[in-house]
Every structure is written in C-alpha cells, then in structure tokens.
Design a protein around this ligand. Structure first.
Ligand SMILES: Nc1nc2c(ncn2[C@@H]2O[C@H](COP(=O)(O)OP(=O)(O)O)[C@@H](O)[C@H]2O)c(=O)[nH]1
Ligand SMILES: [Mg+2]
Length: 197
C-alpha cells in the first residue's frame, strides 16, 4: 500500500496537470473565456504487495517504470501493513484497488478476500471502486470475465459502483481510462449531492 498523502498528492497533481493542459488547449481552440476550475477528488489506492501500485502511479507521473523494484519499506521483518490501511480512509471519496491479473489462483483468492473485507469498513461504505487489473502484458493474465468471477464483483456491485479496468505498466491510456471512469462516477455523485434539498 502507498501512503495516501504522497500518493494522493502525486495523483492529484497528475490529474490537475492533465486537466489544466486539456482545458487550456480547448480554450485556445475555441477562443472561450475562462470557466470554473474542474473539481478534484480524493481517492485511496490499495492493493497487496507487488500488485503494481507504485508502478502505475509512476506511470501517471510520466516517469519510466522499468526500473521499479517491489516496494519493501513497509514490509521489513515481514510485517503486514494491511491492518493499517484504515488510517488512509478518512476523507476518501473513491477507492482504487490494484491487483496483479497474472498472480496464482491462491494469491487471487487472497486478493478477493482482502478486497471484500476491506470494503466492509464503514469509511468505505458505498464508495465507487475502480479495480486496476494490472500485469495484463503477461500471458497468464486473466480477462474481465475471469476476474469478475474470482473477485465476486457481481455481489460487490450491490453496494458499490464498480469499474474493472484491465491495464499494465505499458498501458497509460488504459490506466487513464479507468481513472476517467471513476472521476465520472464521482462527478455524477457530487452533482446529485449538490441537488439534494
Ligand atoms: N510485467 C509487468 N510487471 C509489472 C507490472 N506492474 C508492476 N510490475 C512489476 O511488479 C513488481 C511490483 O510492482 P510495484 O509497483 O512495486 O508493486 P506495489 O508493491 O503494489 O507498489 C515490480 O517489479 C514491477 O516492475 C505490469 O503491468 N507488468
Ligand atoms: Mg509500492
């Protein structure tokens, strides 16, 4: 797992820059006047060790991903940091869960259990969920149907809006597409909340 502050800031910055860039281009092309800034959302990025979290954030930051070595800092002495994930939940509006689509069946079973138990936390109730199913460049990577079944996504959809996005460290458009879809859901939710009386 990554610390929400650094990762959140990094993701936030990347999104902000992307939005500003696209927005400015449109303004130049259309000769429009300044419009209000786009909203920003806070999301927490979770996933088991080796899932590819650091890699995907690095990709979004426009840096090379080939030299990334698995994160070990939190795991010194084999400590399991999953019990500490909840420290990063406060204020989050959405969940990004990264997994290795090509892991063993046993590991995927563990991912499924971790995902469903994580979502029971009261701070994450009802929040939209983006699953970034990474490592799709590997020949043994599972497809959407296989992941949907293994992760029981149909049952999770009862309580969360779920986006399943296949991707890999070479697939920036795929990662962006997933984040765009999550942002769209967050935007729609925020609109509904604004309209509540
Ligand atoms: N082949 C392949 N390797 C990946 C991919 N994403 C991450 N990796 C590798 O998997 C390892 C763990 O990635 P990392 O981002 O550190 O995982 P984290 O523990 O979730 O932060 C690293 O050696 C990465 O280079 C991917 O999409 N394809
Ligand atoms: Mg990492």
């Amino acid at each position: 797992m990554m610390g929400s502050s650094s990762v959140g800031q990094c993701c936030g910055l990347v999104w902000a820059f992307c939005r500003i860039g696209a927005h400015k281009c449109c303004q130049k092309l259309c000769c429009r006047s300044e419009s209000p800034p786009r909203p920003q959302y806070t999301v927490v990025c979770l996933g088991l060790s080796g899932a590819g979290k650091t890699t995907l954030v690095t990709l979004l930051c426009g840096e090379k991903t080939e030299e990334i070595v698995p994160t070990v800092g939190f795991q010194t002495g084999g400590a399991n940091i999953q019990p500490h994930w909840h420290r990063y939940y406060e204020g989050t509006e959405g969940i990004v869960f990264v997994l290795d689509s090509a892991c063993s069946d046993e590991a995927l079973q563990q991912v499924s259990e971790v995902l469903s138990s994580t979502l029971t936390h009261h701070s994450l109730q009802g929040l939209p969920l983006l699953i970034l199913a990474s490592h799709q460049d590997k020949p043994t990577a599972r497809n959407k149907d296989q992941l949907t079944e293994a992760l029981n996504l149909d049952s999770l959809k009862d309580s969360h809006e779920v986006v399943l996005q296949l991707c890999s460290r070479d697939d920036l458009p795929g990662v962006r597409e997933g984040l765009d879809r999550l942002a769209q859901i967050l935007h729609t939710t925020a609109d509904h909340e604004d309209n509540r009386v």
